[in-house]
Structure formats: C-alpha cells, structure tokens
Design a binder for this molecule. Structure first.
Ligand SMILES: NC(=O)C1=CN([C@@H]2O[C@H](COP(=O)(O)OP(=O)(O)OC[C@H]3O[C@@H](n4cnc5c(N)ncnc54)[C@H](OP(=O)(O)O)[C@@H]3O)[C@@H](O)[C@H]2O)C=CC1
Ligand SMILES: O=C(O)C(=O)Cc1c[nH]c2ccccc12
Length: 253
C-alpha cells in the first residue's frame, strides 16, 4: 500500500476543521470486519475517527509505505503486470487499486479580481476553527456540508458571516425524531419508491427546519434522494447552521 502523506487518515488529520464530526452514524461508516468501539458515540468526532483508522491499520497489520507518490501506472499486457512508478521505486503488481478518494485536491474557483483581495483567503481544507475570525466579516463561498458547517463555526466564534449560494440545494435535518435521516432514508427505500421517500423527507424537513426558500435557499425540482442518485450531489445535513441563517446571524446570498 502506497501513501503520499506520512500518516494513516491524512485527509482527516491534515485537511479537516476541528469541530468535524461524522454526520452519518458510525455503523454506516465502519470499515469491514471491525466496528467502532462501543464507547464511541453515534456520530464519531474527528479525533475518534482518526483513532479508529489507526486502530484498524494496527489490528490488520496494514503497514502503508509513506511518502510514496505515484507518478504513473502502466499495464504491461505482455507480462500481465502493472508497472507502478512511485518516487524512485518501481512496483510490479497483478492488481492495482486506485483509492485516492475524491477530495484530496483543493479546488479554488477562478473568481475575477480575487488576486486584488487584501483580506485572508483560505480553502476549507485549511480552515481549522473560527477563533481568528472573531468580529470580522467573512464570506463563505459554497453551500455544501463543509461551507454550511464552517459558517456555523464562524457564527459561534462571533464572526459576521455571509454565505454565497449559487444554486438550488437540499438541506435536511441530520436526524428525524432522534433517528439518522440517512438511515431512515435507506431503510424506507427497501419498501418505497425514491419519489415517495423524497416526499416524506421534504415534509419532515419543512416541519423541523421550516421553509428554506424563505431564507434564499431554494430547493431543486427533484427530491434529495433522486438528486443524489442522478447527479451524485449530496444533500446538506444540517447540524445547526440553518437556524443561524433563520436568526439572521448568518446572511445567505
Ligand atoms: N460532517 C460530515 O460528515 C461532513 C461531510 N462532508 C462530506 O464531504 C464531501 C465534500 O463536501 P464539501 O467540502 O462541502 O464539498 P461539496 O463539493 O459537496 O460542496 C461544494 C459547494 O461549493 C459550491 N461551489 C463550488 N464552486 C462555487 C463557486 N464558484 N461559487 C459558489 N459556490 C460554489 C458547490 O455548488 P454546486 O453544487 O452548485 O456545484 C457546492 O455547493 C461531501 O460528500 C460531504 O457530504 C463535508 C463536511 C462535513
Ligand atoms: O454525506 C454524504 O456524503 C452522503 O452521501 C450522505 C447521504 C447520501 N444519501 C443520503 C440521503 C439522506 C441523507 C444523507 C445522505
């Protein structure tokens, strides 16, 4: 196993904010053959998740070769092997699995005039907490789960927060009547069609969160599960940011 960074769970360790906590229950995020320990709460914190990954590697004696960045992988059909070039070493293998994830590289949109901006500009992968932003005006660009939760963290640290929302999106409560929205959804999908489950989720969201449209966050025509299925776009699972928007502490645009 080759790893570009120098530790297990590098994305969690190096590129996540401090208050991060899984928003899906631990049973749905475990790796094969090893559940989370019972003392870990339903939604593990960043620290607990990193510990779990480390314990997992130790338990199964997984010893990645660290600081090995893959430059190329070419299949040699004559030999029936992959030739994988990483740093100065070449590896030959029959099976080659790319497990580099989808969030390793930060993407900063090319916003006109951004290079003239005099304030501090950071990508979510470098945001740790809101302490440095107390009393400051902060614009969060992007209303995915990261943008929403970071705007909440900034509000809790007394920053003046605005959130730029460019498109329609679905916000759902993390839980419905004390049960994970994600688990309820997957369970209901065993019996009911996507459209019906979506309708149920939207009624629950209306009751629990209220009308997101009123706050400038419009919902797409298709429901959250249908959207996830057809486009891959994840609904935002609200952990408190929406009430900040409703109270006016976080301005949506
Ligand atoms: N607690 C948890 O478990 C958490 C889980 N996550 C997960 O991590 C993954 C990544 O989430 P996240 O980091 O939020 O990234 P996402 O890709 O999900 O969200 C990025 C957001 O930024 C918007 N955006 C991109 N470019 C621009 C632009 N130029 N102007 C305005 N808006 C823009 C996108 O809008 P558009 O949709 O229009 O492209 C999208 O809403 C997801 O699967 C998420 O669920 C993230 C945080 C917490
Ligand atoms: O957090 C993510 O990345 C997800 O994909 C969560 C998710 C997928 N399908 C859902 C249905 C309802 C609530 C959350 C999810």
């Amino acid at each position: 196993m080759l790893e570009k960074e120098s530790c297990v769970g590098s994305l969690w360790r190096l590129k996540t904010y401090n208050r991060l906590q899984l928003h899906l229950p631990k049973e749905t995020c475990k790796l094969p053959h090893m559940p989370f320990p019972p003392e870990v709460p339903a939604y593990p914190t960043k620290k607990q998740f990193i510990s779990y990954l480390e314990a997992y590697a130790k338990h199964f004696a997984i010893e990645p070769m660290f600081r090995q960045e893959v430059q190329s992988a070419i299949y040699d059909a004559r030999m029936g092997f992959w030739r994988v070039q990483a740093n100065e070493s070449e590896f030959l293998c029959r099976w080659f699995i790319v497990a580099t994830g989808e969030n390793a590289e930060p993407v900063l949109p090319n916003i006109e005039g951004i290079s003239d901006f005099k304030g501090s500009l950071i990508h979510t992968s470098r945001y740790k907490d809101g302490a440095a932003f107390e009393g400051q005006k902060v614009l969060v660009v992007g209303c995915g789960n990261s943008g929403m939760e970071i705007s909440l963290d900034l509000c809790n640290n007394d920053a003046q927060v605005s959130l730029a929302v460019r498109d329609k999106l679905h916000i759902l409560p993390r839980e419905i009547l004390g049960r994970s929205t994600f688990c309820i959804s997957t369970w209901l999908l065993n019996w009911f069609p996507v459209k019906l489950v979506d309708r149920f989720l939207l009624v629950c969201s209306q009751v629990i969160l209220g009308d997101t449209h009123k706050m400038g966050i419009r919902r797409p025509k298709i429901g959250p599960l249908e959207q996830k299925k057809s486009t891959g776009k994840t609904p935002v699972l609200d952990v408190g940011a929406f009430s900040k928007i409703k109270s006016g502490q976080n301005q949506g645009y």
